[in-house]
Design a protein around this ligand. Structure first.
Ligand code: COA
Length: 358
């Protein structure tokens, strides 16, 4: 049988602490109206002072176990955590996850800006399809608000925190991931960056430990790359845009998402929008959007989902995932009333996520 990797389980988490646009307007020179019309964001979930990327990754995995049962984790032999905000440079956050859940697994972090979770998905696909791993726990977890300069209104209003955890393993065709598109253009580094141990970029631009962004340049790049990367991914899957049941893009800005939707000729009911609820939580954004759509019953087995993300690097990734082929008893969406408050906050259906927000 053709080895094909697919997602068979999913769990998410978003911090309980919600910051609205009005909350931000009370502490900086901005307004709900400016933020909503420029970005589509209404509120964002912000990690508590003592809540970090590993904590959110743990919560997302716990949600996955609650939804699908303990057996979903059994036999995991590789953990990848895509993040731009690891608790530490080492050990890898993935090793902390390995230890917390008692997994007999290799573990590494993957740093590829906002497309990081899609990069992790493509790495997981390669490990599974080559036979080097059987079951990969691929997580996106982000405490991005800790990198934000709260005195810089041009970036502070955009970002949020959260996590999503997925199991990637072999599924039977036609389910699973088509070949993915990965791209990077390091000449765009000056437009979006945050420092670590280096002092400056190769062009001499100094690095600080806060997010620096040239919004207009990133906007232009994002619109362009959402267009080219999605079409390339659809072509790699041997499909046309008409074959896509649901478009699940990175949630950075509603205007960027809507421009891509229109270029693809998709109707509004075929795109998932959660940026209004979460803002841009980087590597967590697509898993949270997937959970939102699953909880609303918008994804059925066999549906072809178009995933795409862009971010610092500049970098991008895209792919078509045919949903389904999982073999665990409980299916996503089958949450019960005993879910705790953290779990409820952790689903993308936390209350106000909606499609076609503006
Ligand atoms: N509140 C009020 N005014 C703000 C503001 C805020 N939070 N942030 C910036 N402004 C001001 C600017 O200072 C500027 O004022 P000026 O004209 O007097 O100089 C004005 O609003 C317009 O700024 P502009 O950059 O033209 O706005 P825009 O329509 O391009 O929207 C972004 C700005 C950041 C929302 C938009 O460029 C964007 O979304 N870019 C992509 C960012 C992104 O996706 N990053 C993450 C990638 S993973």
């Amino acid at each position: 049988m053709e080895r094909r990797a697919g997602i068979t389980a999913l769990g998410t988490y978003a911090p309980a602490n919600i910051v609205t646009n009005d909350d931000l307007a009370a502490r900086m020179d901005t307004s709900d109206e400016w933020i909503r019309t420029r970005t589509g964001i209404r509120r964002r979930h912000v990690a508590a002072d003592d809540e970090f990327t590993s904590d959110m990754a743990f919560r997302a995995v716990e949600d996955l176990v609650r939804r699908y049962g303990e057996e979903a984790l059994a036999g995991t032999d590789l953990v990848i955590v895509a993040t731009n905000t690891p608790d530490a440079l080492f050990p890898a956050t993935a090793a902390l996850v390995q230890e917390r859940f008692g997994l007999s697994a290799g573990a590494f972090d993957l740093l590829a800006a906002c497309p990081g979770w899609l990069y992790a998905l493509s790495a997981a696909k390669a490990y599974v399809e080559s036979g080097q791993a059987r079951k990969v726990l691929a997580i996106g977890s982000e405490a991005l608000t800790k990198l934000v300069d709260w005195n810089d209104r041009s970036t502070a209003v955009l970002f949020g925190d959260g996590a999503g955890a997925t199991i990637v393993e072999q599924v039977e065709a036609p389910y699973g991931l088509a070949p993915m598109v990965l791209g990077a253009d390091g000449s765009g580094a000056p437009h979006l960056h945050a420092g670590a141990v280096g002092r400056c970029l190769p062009n001499g631009e100094p690095l600080t430990d806060k997010v620096h962004m040239n919004g207009r340049e990133v906007f232009k790049f994002a619109v362009r790359v959402m267009d080219t990367a999605t079409l390339e991914a659809i072509e790699k899957a041997g499909l046309t845009p008409d074959d896509i049941e649901l478009f699940v893009p990175h949630q950075a800005n509603f205007r960027i998402i809507d421009a891509a939707r229109q270029r693809l000729g998709l109707s509004e009911d075929r795109v998932v929008v959660t940026v209004d609820e979460y803002g841009n939580n980087s590597t967590a954004s697509i898993p949270l959007a997937l959970a939102h759509a699953l909880d609303e019953g918008r994804i059925r087995d066999g549906d072809r989902l178009l995933l795409v993300a862009f971010g610092g690097g500049l970098s991008w990734a895209a792919g078509v995932l045919t949903w389904g082929g999982g073999r665990y008893p409980a299916r996503a969406g089958a949450r019960d009333a005993s879910d705790d408050a953290a779990g409820r906050a952790g689903t993308a259906g936390a209350g106000t996520g909606s499609e076609g927000s503006s």
